[in-house]
Design a protein around this ligand. Structure first.
Ligand code: AGP
Length: 610
């Protein structure tokens, strides 16, 4: 939801900002802009509707705007349609302030009305222009005073970048519930929405906390709380390679990330398996707590929620405790039954999803202990949880998640095994069997990836369908939900995931000659029941692609039109293998349809508005 980057140093800022924005474009891509302060021309603002390329063309790759301090923005529209005028930076009416913003100012309407009554004229529909003009209104010669006063007047979620024409040698960054990091260099410094924007220049970062104000100069950075008391920040070293955030020869980040899954799984699982035992050194649970647990609430959105759907089956089986899975956006408003014996497992790739973050805070407020599964180190959800276990998927750039989903699933297995062993709810043989198979998962997943061409062929048969169904039972149903979401978000084909047994209660009326149904039937205890549902849709004219394990593939092929198989494994781990053909299917369908795979319409990678 909008990417922001600010640079101050000795080099020309604009090309560096455009480079940073290119790496943040996954956060929003409907318009982009720059504000640069130059000695000759003062504060210059350039912006353009459309992809970043339009801004780059407009500024001749940044060469037309001179200055060594500036900031850039790539937008995912909230207030006001994507347009040149609504793009950020937004300047105050006097031109003294330029502001970039990620998030939403909830009370912008009342502030706007107040400012209008003072005679301020607005030119955009954005809440950000309100912030720029509020700052100007509050400014009495001291920039930080004005920023501090503004923070006490606005409500909502935000990360702001601010330049004031009166203070050309500093940038100001502010955050509340939207991410903002500082990047520290020699003679230059940055702020940015995330590390990918600045890793080419520095690996030394610090994370701003809520209501903190950062002053960034060429010489250094200083952080204050909202009352302007200095705050000491810890520095962190980022150790992943720049190449991790580049396409590396693949046509799309999504395909690269799909193909990286065996390695991502290895990195997530291997360090946590020692001599056949799951060791989660990152967690601090004791057996009394686990035994007294009344239930587990899994809270997440989108694909992370689908991980939760699969984890419900496995955790209930392993721990003999009730597991409820909640959409984070609903959780806060459904009066959840949470006690001090409730464990909330919060799942988020970005660690910044505002729905998930606010639900997590609510769970905490109600007394739950929070264990989060997060990919982005130092993100807000990670920092606010009681315990965090990181997925080591590396940076995920494509909007459609793949490797993060897979590593989240893997972490749920590890948590289930570790807790079950502590609680004594799993037999030794079963534990060993799952651990064995867990170690083999990356290898088996590699075999699934080798079927890319066959999956591409199926995609070429069905890419022009207008509606596609995914059906399955139990864990297969949970995976079908993810397959359906992948297809929808990148190919724009309508799709539904259905519990196969539920189809006959209404939805089967949509099945007609040639409708494509992807039938997941890898969960063996329900194979026969699932096949009955496959026959039901076949009899109504559906084309069926079956997805099951190698050993029962020939049996399923007798009924379906096409088959995709995955190596057999422990039933609990099947989602990790089954999801991959569905990711590839969605990818190749979208490719055939000429869709913008890494940046699908209307979406953004990190959803920081409610
Ligand atoms: C998945 O492909 C989506 N882009 C989306 O559903 C995502 O999983 C969801 O927004 C949650 O994000 P998070 O894991 O970063 O919290």
């Amino acid at each position: 939801m909008c990417g922001i980057v600010g640079f101050i140093g000795k080099e020309e800022a604009a090309p560096i900002l455009l480079d940073g924005l290119a790496r943040l474009e996954y956060r929003g891509y409907d318009s982009a802009g720059l504000a640069v302060f130059g000695e000759e021309k003062g504060l210059q603002v350039v912006k353009s509707k459309g992809r970043l390329q339009a801004l780059s063309d407009l500024t001749k790759a940044g060469s037309t705007i001179q200055g060594t301090a500036g900031m850039g923005h790539t937008r995912w529209a909230t207030h006001g349609v994507p347009s040149d005028v609504n793009a950020h930076p937004q300047a105050s009416e006097s031109g003294r302030f330029a502001v970039i913003h990620n998030g939403i100012i909830e009370n912008f309407a009342e502030i706007k009305e107040f400012l209008q009554n003072q005679g301020v004229k607005f030119s955009s529909q954005t809440d950000t222009e309100v912030a720029a003009n509020l700052l100007d209104y509050l400014y009495e010669g001291d920039l930080l005073e004005a920023v501090s006063k503004m923070l006490h007047r606005i409500r909502g979620a935000y990360a702001f970048g601010i330049i004031c024409a009166d203070c050309p040698d500093m940038l100001v960054g502010v955050r509340k519930d939207s991410p903002l990091i500082l990047g520290h260099g020699e003679g230059f410094n940055f702020f940015a929405s995330d590390v990918t924007a600045i890793i080419k220049y520095t690996r030394e970062v610090s994370y701003l906390d809520n209501d903190e104000i950062a002053v960034i100069t060429r010489e250094g950075t200083q952080v204050y709380d909202s009352y302007l008391q200095p705050v000491k920040k810890e520095r962190h070293h980022v150790d992943w390679e720049v190449s991790a955030a580049e396409k590396g020869g693949y046509a799309h980040f999504m395909l690269k990330e799909v193909m990286e899954q065996p390695e991502a799984l290895r990195k997530t699982i291997s360090p946590r398996l020692q001599n056949g035992q799951v060791k989660l050194d990152d967690l601090h649970f004791d057996v009394q707590y686990l035994k007294a647990m009344d239930k587990i609430y899994i809270i997440a959105c989108g694909s992370s929620y689908h991980v939760g759907m699969a984890a419900k089956y496995t955790l209930e089986k392993l721990l003999h405790k009730p597991v409820e899975v909640a959409l984070a956006s609903e959780f806060r408003y459904c009066e959840p039954l949470v006690s001090e014996h409730t464990l909330a497992i919060v799942i988020s790739q970005s660690g910044e999803t505002i729905d998930t973050l606010t639900a997590m805070r609510e769970a905490k407020r109600l007394g739950a202990r929070v264990l989060s599964i997060v990919n982005v180190v130092g993100s807000t959800i990670a920092r606010e949880s009681d315990d965090v276990i990181y997925t080591w998927a590396g940076p995920e750039i494509a909007v459609a998640t793949t490797k993060a989903y897979s590593t989240q699933l893997a972490v749920t297995y590890l948590i289930g095994l570790a807790f079950a062993q502590m609680m004594g709810t799993i037999e030794k043989e079963e534990y060993e069997a799952i651990v064995n198979e867990l170690q083999l998962l990356p290898e088996k997943l590699q075999k699934v990836l080798e079927q890319r061409e066959a999956i591409q062929y199926f995609a070429s048969l069905y890419f022009n369908h207008s509606s596609i169904f995914f059906i399955g039972r139990h864990l297969d149903y949970a995976v079908g939900m993810e397959g359906s979401l992948k297809l929808k978000e990148i190919s724009y084909i309508h799709s539904e995931a259905y519990a196969a047994g539920e189809l006959k209660h209404g939805t089967i009326s949509l099945i007609e000659d040639g409708t494509l149904v992807v039938a997941l039937a890898s969960y063996k205890p329900l194979f026969e029941k699932m096949m009955s549902n496959v026959i039901e849709v076949k009899s109504r004219g559906a084309d069926v692609i079956g997805l099951t394990t190698e050993d029962v593939g020939p049996e399923m092929m007798k009924t379906v039109d096409h088959i995709i198989t995955v190596p057999d494994t422990h039933p609990m781990l099947l989602p990790s293998l089954d999801v991959v053909p569905l990711q590839l299917f969605a990818y190749y369908v979208a490719l055939q349809r000429g869709c913008d795979i890494d940046k699908p319409r209307n979406l953004a990678k990190s959803v920081t508005v409610e």
